[in-house]
Design a protein around this ligand. Structure first.
Ligand code: FAD
Length: 380
């Protein structure tokens, strides 16, 4: 039995580990567009302050991981097509047959449509290669514009601050983390980071970037202009779905999978940032990957096992305002109950019977994560 996995991010390598635990001998092939080194992607947005180089972020080099786990590794190889009926993929290294195929393709960064000769210089940090470029470009720079005040934008702003680089953070929303936090919690985050030196330009969109020499001037929808030495975009991610779509698999926001992680073709599975669980959840975080990989390894080795998602709060790595969030699901009805003081915000989303459905814990309140998580409902 040959299981072929496309990708070498945390989804792919975690699945490899779980497959090996379930079956020490089956054939595993891993085809990946990058070099396959295993690193912690979440560390990309808090690595500057701790002085981490791209090399020191690698936790296990690809060749070593492949040897330990007895994987046939095909690195630096891009898969261009899947023939689902013939069970075959085409790639820059030729064609490969499989019995089961797993898509662990991750997500692409969203690019804003911007005008001006500086627009093409905007960078994003979504993998180790991007981080290498980012580190080089930052040398000698003192002023960075961050597009997007979501989780990744806020984390980079705080990390740059710790590395003594001033940031101005832009967002269309009028407050940071608007999709994850109730208003009072957003305001707390805004104030904490502002006290430390982050500048916010909210409720506006950046429309153009003009480059003069090595400096950039950003113009925004309010007519303001802002100077920066570098522009970092963190406006969001889009699951990589093109391969699946071209192969005729069902795609919505991501590659749609059922409770087993199986796509609309029974021999093809998907997990991680590219997957759309039950056509309902796109969950670009580490915990869902772990849950999916564990169940999927059982299914792929002959014991069909439903993926379970317990409540999976996400930590926001902003050391100047530690935060833990577990937003309520869209179908949840209820209200935020908020207690706040200068040390933190504890926001609990409860239904009319008092059951906890979501939470946002900032500052001191983030220490209550462990106590509160068991009270949250499972997702699936
Ligand atoms: P990826 O790691 O993106 O891997 C995709 C793989 O697919 C890559 O190896 C790529 O080369 C390969 N690939 C793609 N297309 C092809 C092709 N056609 N052919 C061959 N190979 C291909 N989550 C948290 O839970 N907590 C955090 O604090 C957190 N912080 C984050 C900070 C940053 C800066 C970022 C960017 C993300 C963060 N996340 C965090 C999200 C988390 O890191 C991701 O959910 C997770 O790493 C996704 O793993 P993945 O394997 O699905 O995708």
């Amino acid at each position: 039995m040959n299981t072929t996995i496309i990708g070498s991010g945390v989804a792919a390598w975690t699945l490899v580990r779980e497959l090996r635990k379930a079956d020490p001998e089956s054939q595993i092939r891993l085809i990946t567009a990058d070099n396959g080194d295993f690193y912690s992607k979440p560390m990309l947005s808090n690595a500057l302050a701790s002085g981490k180089t791209p090399e020191s972020l690698v936790m296990t080099p690809a060749a070593k991981f492949a040897e330990q786990q007895k994987v046939d590794l095909i690195p630096n190889t891009s898969v261009s097509a899947i023939d689902a009926d013939a069970r075959k993929v085409s790639s820059s290294a030729g064609e490969f047959n499989y019995d089961n195929l797993v898509l662990a393709l991750g997500a692409d960064t969203i690019k804003l449509p911007l005008e001006g000769n500086g627009a093409s210089d905007v960078i994003s940090v979504n993998d180790l290669n991007d981080y290498t470029v980012f580190r080089k470009l930052l040398e000698g720079k003192k002023e960075v514009a961050v597009l997007g005040a979501g989780l990744i934008g806020c984390e980079f702003a705080n990390d740059l601050l710790k590395a003594e680089i001033h940031t101005t953070v832009f967002d269309l929303a009028d407050r940071p983390l608007a999709r994850l936090l109730p208003e009072q919690a957003s305001t707390f985050m805004l104030n904490k980071l502002a006290e430390k030196g982050v500048s916010w330009k909210l409720g506006r969109s950046v429309t153009g970037i003009v480059k003069t020499g090595t400096a950039y001037t950003l113009t925004d929808s309010t007519g303001d202009s802002t100077q920066a030495d570098l522009v970092l975009s963190a406006v969001g991610l889009k699951p990589r779905t093109e391969l699946a779509q071209n192969a005729g698999l069902t795609v919505q926001r991501g590659i749609v999978v059922n409770g087993l992680g199986q796509t609309s073709h029974s021999n093809i599975y998907a997990l991680g940032d590219c997957a759309d669980y039950l056509g309902k959840f796109v969950l670009p975080y580490i915990m869902p990957v772990m849950q999916s990989a564990r169940a999927m390894a059982q299914t792929l080795t002959g014991k069909p096992t439903e993926i379970k998602f317990p409540a999976m709060p996400v930590s926001i790595k902003t050391p100047d305002c530690p935060a833990v969030v577990n937003p309520p699901l869209p179908e949840h009805e209820g209200e935020w109950e908020i207690t706040a003081d200068e040390n933190g915000v504890k926001a609990l989303f409860k239904n009319k019977d008092g059951a906890l459905l979501g939470m946002a814990l900032l500052g001191e309140a983030s220490k209550e994560r462990q106590a509160l998580t068991p009270l949250l409902p499972a997702m699936i």
